[in-house]
Write a protein that binds this ligand. Structure first.
Ligand code: T4K
Length: 407
């Protein structure tokens, strides 16, 4: 327990954790089961190119997502590119700026123009009204992002896409195992993309997948992710190499085996964070709709600096000094990153406001209840003494002559 501001590690106290506690610590799952699978892969001498474990993984992901088809890929960024290409996107694609850089990067990399729309402050996902206002004759698609695993306004976006002849896709990197209106994420729009990166709730080291009910689209993507081959060695379309390796599928299957346990652990963590931080003025744990299925993968705090007198970046520094490696998921908004700059400042006010306030804290199966109590103790100490912490933080920054001080 910290008994005063001077005991915070940032101001010279000892750190709350001897070793770093990370956001996105991988869920390794049952190691023996993984090693069995790995052994099987090596004995089978079939290491990639649509091997049996990859097919099994695809079947299990499709089932979880409630769709007929799944094409597993080397990562979600390539999955987004394959999907965009397979749908024949051209010109402009609309998407939120409040996302991981992969969403716009994937589109820009294949030559599409990215147009950012503001988010609905209630969901932090695309605001359908802003999408409608951004349509031009060059718009070919809408890409929704289920941010932090909280679903987009799928019905409204569907109506806009249908009324304007647009392709509707979802970046569902955060939303495996989530439902909206009782229906699993995976079956909305033309297709959706999951990520199985090491840091995700289900991981395959690196990996991704396109899921869809459209068999023709899935077949096209399957060909495209294998050099465009329609038959061995013969390409009938432009293609790339986006395949998942068997070792990745072995990890993905092992991670799926414990998916329900991981979600239960995440949910218990989420409840404990909420209980520990309840009533702390100006601090909100971003919520999940308990009527739906959630994966509780991201634990996101929103800090109202006017109340706390403590900016998110100050709290981030304070936490990191304690070895709590919180993350600014997601700041800055992508529209403020050099490859995408061009929007006049202030055009995405909700995005900018949220990006300025949010902070992801460690959760997942490797984070214990005691870890959470200690993390919340630091947050509580810093927030309860927000003005003093900010003052001392500024003084230290000023002495060091480093970056500008957030308001
Ligand atoms: N769309 C969205 C909305 C996404 O969030 C992402 C990825 C994508 C698309 C693209 O998916 P992929 O193409 O990656 O399949 C991390 C992940 O690399 C990235 O996959 C993820 N989103 C993003 C939210 O988080 P960084 O730049 O924050 O990575 P890094 O290396 O700083 O790691 C994050 C944290 O995880 C750190 O606290 C350390 C910890 N960590 C990381 C790794 C790799 C571990 O403890 N062990 C590990 O092995 O992007």
């Amino acid at each position: 327990m910290k008994r005063g501001v001077s005991e915070l590690a940032y101001f010279g106290g000892s750190a709350a954790f001897l070793q770093k506690v990370f956001v996105g610590r991988p869920n390794v799952g049952d190691r023996a089961r993984f090693l069995d699978r790995l052994d099987w892969v090596l004995n089978n001498r079939w290491l990639t190119n649509g091997g049996p474990l990859t097919r099994e993984f695809e079947g299990r992901v499709a089932e979880l997502a409630g769709v007929r088809h799944c094409v597993a890929t080397c990562n979600a960024t390539v999955a987004l590119q394959l999907l965009a290409r397979a749908c024949g996107l051209t010109g402009e694609v609309l998407m939120p700026s409040l996302t991981f850089a992969a969403t716009p990067q994937a589109m820009r990399w294949i030559g599409l123009d990215v147009v950012f729309c503001d988010v609905d402050p209630a969901t932090a996902c695309l605001d359908p009204a802003r999408v409608e206002a951004a349509l031009t004759p060059r718009t070919s698609a809408i890409i929704g992002v289920h941010l932090w695993g909280r679903p987009c306004a799928v019905d409204e976006l569907d109506k806009i896409a249908a009324a304007n002849g647009l392709v509707l896709l979802y970046d569902a990197a955060h939303a495996l195992g989530v439902t909206t209106g009782g229906r699993p994420i995976g079956g909305f729009g033309v297709a959706e993309v999951f990520s199985f990166h090491a840091t995700k709730v289900v991981n395959s080291f690196e990996g991704g997948a396109v899921v869809t009910d459209d068999g023709e689209l899935a077949a096209r993507i399957r060909r495209m992710h294998n050099f465009g081959f329609a038959s061995p060695g013969t390409a009938d379309s432009v293609g790339t190499n986006g395949k998942m390796a068997e070792v990745a599928a072995a990890m993905g299957l092992t991670s799926l085996d414990t998916f329900a346990d991981s979600v239960a652990h995440n949910e218990a963590n989420y409840d404990l964070y909420r209980a520990e931080l309840a009533g702390l003025p100006g601090v909100r744990v971003i919520g999940y709709d308990r009527q739906e299925r959630n994966n509780f993968h991201y634990l996101v705090l929103e800090l109202d600096g006017k109340i706390t007198r403590l900016h998110r970046d100050v709290l981030l520094d304070v936490l990191r000094a304690e070895n709590v490696m919180a993350q600014r998921y997601f700041a800055p908004g992508c529209h403020e990153m050099p490859p995408f700059r061009g929007e006049p400042a202030g055009t995405l006010p909700h995005t900018e406001r949220i990006a300025d306030r949010v902070l992801a804290l460690p959760t997942g199966p490797s984070v214990t209840r005691e870890d959470i109590r200690r993390i919340c103790d630091v947050v509580t100490m810093a927030v309860n003494h927000g003005a003093e912490v900010t003052h001392r933080w500024r003084a230290r920054r000023g002495e060091a002559g480093t970056r500008e001080v957030p308001e």
